[in-house]
Write a protein that binds this ligand. Structure first.
Ligand code: F0G
Length: 378
């Protein structure tokens, strides 16, 4: 199956975005991007801010920010004449890669840590026709394995070490600035796992500055989950980068102990006068429920942003009147199991300690009896 032909304006837009693509037939797109900026008063209050705006990447075709990079990566694979593409993933990359590869007539092969990815993501990979290999190892170990296999079998690797993915993810920030009439915010806050996204954001901001499209660079704040926070540890002591051998977090998207892009991320965060923070499982869970109550919703990793902001405003690092954009990286339906457990008080952290359902909203079982239900709803 080849991707649908683009109309004239579509051809023009995508050629601008992918200057390396010489043939329109190579462009693989599912009409990603154009994700909204959503203000949320209650979430701002919770985060200690006067205002907050969420850039919601969960509105993308496969429900995460990976689509902005994958359109580029899959197009480049076609340009190179590859027929098989592979990735290791904590879930979203595999869902996105499966969709874009299949849309572009490529065979997707994905490697995932067995039992450690959310069903919303695994389900997508299966539905989009990916050959799905579940490995009894963690993300970092599988990435090493896949790098060897891709080389040996001549399969094109579509992890974020692929520079074309990073080029594509730059579009998230370019689009954000366009939506804000090229007025950069004071801060852009995003979750960090393998640290590809913050690398892309930093590169985009530097390039926009060089082109004169923006006149100041927002500060980049990366938030990690406490049990998977090697980059935060390094940021604190700066002596040597030490991977976390057994990363743990319920925010499985960012359960990564040895992020490959940390040197690039360090450069970008330093250049933007940014910072790295970490948050607990409880803080992520409560922030996520607050984003949900705003009618917006996101997956656990994305909620690390609001949890981090709350921490950073509490100590005065981010001022209450700051102009802040938090990037929600994944859709609320990626991990419904987590949501159900939180609201019913069944969610436990990776050490088996119960997460308090601070903002619980459990379903109530009622008899098939109008009087009883009326009494309940009075
Ligand atoms: N948020 C979500 C929802 C993610 O899926 C990821 C990464 C991140 C944040 C972290 O972004 O790695 O660029 O720092 N998910 C990857 C995957 C690793 O395989 O889907 P990063």
């Amino acid at each position: 199956m080849s991707n649908a032909p683009l109309d004239q304006s579509g051809v023009w837009r995508y050629r601008e975005m992918f200057p390396f693509l010489d043939r329109d037939e190579d462009v693989v797109t599912l009409r990603e991007g154009n994700t909204p900026l959503l203000p949320a008063r209650r979430a701002a209050e919770y985060g200690g801010l006067d205002n907050i705006v969420f850039k919601h990447q969960g509105f993308n075709p496969t429900g995460s920010f990976k689509d902005n990079g994958m359109t580029c990566g899959a197009s480049q694979a076609r340009r190179l004449g590859m027929d098989r593409v592979a990735c290791v993933s904590t879930g979203n990359t595999s869902a996105s890669m499966a969709a874009y590869a299949s849309a572009g007539g490529l065979q997707p092969i994905i490697f995932i840590p067995h039992g450690n990815i959310a069903y919303g993501k695994l389900a997508q990979a299966l539905e989009y026709g990916a050959r799905t290999l579940q490995v009894d190892a963690n993300f970092d170990q599988i990435l090493a394995l896949v790098r060897v296999l891709a080389e040996r079998l001549g399969i094109y690797l579509l992890n974020s070490i692929n520079p074309f993915r990073i080029e594509g993810q730059k579009s998230i920030v370019i689009e954000m600035m366009d939506q804000r009439d090229w007025n950069p915010p004071d801060w852009i806050v995003l979750p960090g796992g393998n640290l590809g996204n913050v690398s892309a954001f930093g590169k985009a901001l530097r390039e926009l500055c060089d082109l004169g499209l923006i006149c100041k660079t927002p500060r980049l704040a990366v938030i990690q989950a406490e049990g998977s926070a090697p980059f935060h540890a390094f940021w604190q002591d700066r002596s040597a980068f030490r991977p976390v051998e057994h990363p743990e977090t319920l925010a499985t998207a960012i359960k990564i102990g040895d992020p490959v892009s940390w040197p690039k991320a360090l450069h970008e965060i330093t250049s933007s006068n940014g910072l790295v923070e970490k948050v607990t499982e409880q803080e992520i869970a409560d922030a996520k429920a607050i984003i949900g109550r705003a009618g917006i919703g996101c997956e656990p990793a994305s909620a690390a942003t609001l949890a981090g902001i709350r921490k950073l405003t509490a100590v005065g690092t981010i001022r209450a009147d700051a102009d802040v954009v938090a990037v929600l990286t994944g859709n609320v339906l990626k991990d419904p199991d987590y949501i159900y457990r939180y609201h019913t008080g069944e969610l436990k952290d990776p050490h088996g300690v119960a997460i308090r359902p601070t903002f619980a909203n459990a379903p109530e079982r009622v008899p098939n009896d109008p009087d009883a239900i009326a009494r309940l709803l009075k």
